[in-house]
Design a protein around this ligand. Structure first.
Ligand code: NDP
Length: 475
């Protein structure tokens, strides 16, 4: 165990340190460590934001070894400022459906942290979206964006609007109304949104079109654009491909690779499809994909052309897959994690892999779990996987390829230039390899468990942001 990690372990929970409270500005003694105190206070200040609490609980305690080494962070109130978004916008989004009825949704943009660059993070359109969801995603995004090594701050936005089952005209009406408010707050050098769940090429097109109409600007304010109007090659594939590149590094550390491995993938959206594509190119077989209604198991290997047809063109349900492929089965109960596998890639949504799923993966001798979705795994499932020495990569590291290529799209837009598919793919691969090295080296230095990629990613992302905040004064 490293010296620092040992100090951190010994002093965790019961260290008596001098700290400044938010209530009075006098220094006083507390028996709680800095990170634990900020965790407690932030949960109390944000009651009922359970996903945000989960992200805080996953991140803040792991920063302790670094905070003990860097007392200046506490003196400058870095954590207190880091957990509080710089700005939170909530707005009404009225629109008219195909029957002529007035509908109202709620829009959000949380501009979390701009210490190292303009706010950057996607819009999510899904009925489950609340301020809680957007805050947890924005907080995580701040660390993820820092890990990419590129100059991008953290933000996230979205709406409780559900694009599923809506006509193209309805989606356009909603997107235009959404932009009528948000256009004032975004910009190529201030806040650069992209897609996420429910926001793909169609939605980005409508959002960009209305943004351009209102501002008169043709610029890089949005990423994930189509190639015909300023998008980057590989952006569509980036999160999934990046996940495969990151997982390849994990497998190399176990002295193996993708060849012949059985892979489980959840979801059948953007991240799932392109993660599947790349792991197949690397020699693996994908056995499953899913959507919010159920999952399919194809023992011969999932046929991606069929999944693309159903999901990208027909906007259908994954249950339709079995009409195209003999031997495949559809299940509307249970989860993909029950299927024996070597590698698990959750690519649907948060908390989709729980403790029971983790037990199944352990029983089936799974080697690695790498998150394509954000916060895919519940906290107790993470702890169990780590306890059983299953290599676990948190999304902020393993799914950072999407935002990394978004930053490359920004660079191409600023320079009025285009790079080839091969150029961008090569850059993506190098970025993912660098993130892996940074995370694993930071884990070795500060982690309290073997291969603690959670600590490695959290501290690895925190260092650059906290240094920038320290240098910029109390802002
Ligand atoms: P998509 O909307 O393209 O696909 C989402 C997939 O997950 C769909 O198959 C969807 O099924 C399923 N899903 C969504 N919500 C649920 C739910 N509550 N329960 C079960 N299944 C669900 O989104 P993306 O592929 O873009 O995003 C997937 C994940 O990856 C998200 O966590 C996102 O934050 C994360 N991510 C995405 C990035 C990107 O570049 N797109 C970048 C980094 C992270 P259904 O169609 O039935 O809703």
């Amino acid at each position: 165990m490293s010296r620092i990690a040992k100090v951190a372990k010994d002093t965790k929970w019961n260290e008596t340190i001098t700290s400044k409270t938010a209530k009075d500005t006098k220094y006083k003694k507390t028996t709680m460590s800095y990170a634990m105190r900020v965790l407690k206070e932030t949960k109390e200040r944000n009651p009922a934001q359970l996903e945000f609490h989960q992200a805080l609980t996953e991140i803040l305690p792991t920063l302790e070894p670094y905070l003990i080494e860097h007392r200046e962070c506490e003196e400058a109130g870095i954590l207190e400022r880091l957990v509080e978004p710089e700005r939170q916008l909530i707005f009404r989004v009225p629109w008219i459906d195909d029957k002529g009825a007035v509908r109202v949704n709620r829009g959000y943009r949380v501009q979390y942290n701009s210490a190292i660059g303009p706010y950057k993070g996607g819009f999510r359109f899904h009925p489950s979206v609340t301020l809680d969801t957007i805050k947890f995603l924005g907080f995580e995004q701040t660390f993820k964006n820092s890990l990419t090594g590129l100059p991008i701050g953290g933000g996230k936005g979205g709406s409780d609007f559900d694009p599923k089952g809506k006509s193209d005209r309805e989606v356009m009406a909603f997107c235009q109304s959404f932009v009528n408010e948000i256009y004032r707050h975004i910009g190529a050098d201030t806040d650069v949104p992209a897609g996420d769940i429910g926001v793909g090429a169609r939605e980005i097109g409508y959002i960009y079109g209305q943004y351009k109409r209102l501002t008169g600007l043709v610029d890089g304010t949005l990423t994930g654009k189509s190639i015909s109007y300023g998008g980057s090659l590989v952006r569509k594939e980036a999160t999934g491909y990046g996940l495969a590149y990151f997982t390849e590094q994990m497998l190399t550390s176990l002295k193996t690779n993708f060849k012949g491995k059985k892979v489980l993938i959840s979801g059948s959206g953007n991240v799932a499809i392109y993660a599947a594509e790349k792991v197949c190119q690397l020699g693996a077989k994908v056995l499953t994909v899913s959507d919010s209604n159920g999952y399919i198991l194809d023992p011969a290997g999932v046929d991606l052309q069929t999944v693309k047809l159903i999901k990208e063109q027909q906007r259908g349900r994954i249950s339709e897959y079995i009409k195209h492929r003999k031997g495949a089965k559809y299940f509307d109960k249970g989860s993909v994690w029950q299927v024996p596998c070597d590698i698990a890639l959750p690519c649907a949504t948060q908390n989709e892999l729980n403790i029971e799923d983790a037990k199944e993966l352990i029983k089936n001798k799974c080697l690695t779990v790498s998150e394509g979705s954000n916060m895919s795994t519940t906290l107790e499932a993470v702890h169990l996987l780590q306890k059983h020495n299953i290599l676990y990569a948190p999304g902020k590291a393993s799914n950072a390829g999407g935002v990394a290529v978004s930053a490359l799209e920004m660079a191409q837009n600023s320079s009025r230039n285009y790079w080839t598919f091969e150029e961008v793919d090569k850059k993506l691969k190098i970025i993912m390899q660098n993130i892996y090295m940074h995370v694993s080296e930071t884990a070795a230095r500060y982690g309290t468990k073997k291969n603690d990629f959670v600590a490695g990613a959290n501290i690895g992302g925190f260092i650059k942001v906290s240094e920038a905040m320290l240098q910029q004064g109390v802002t």
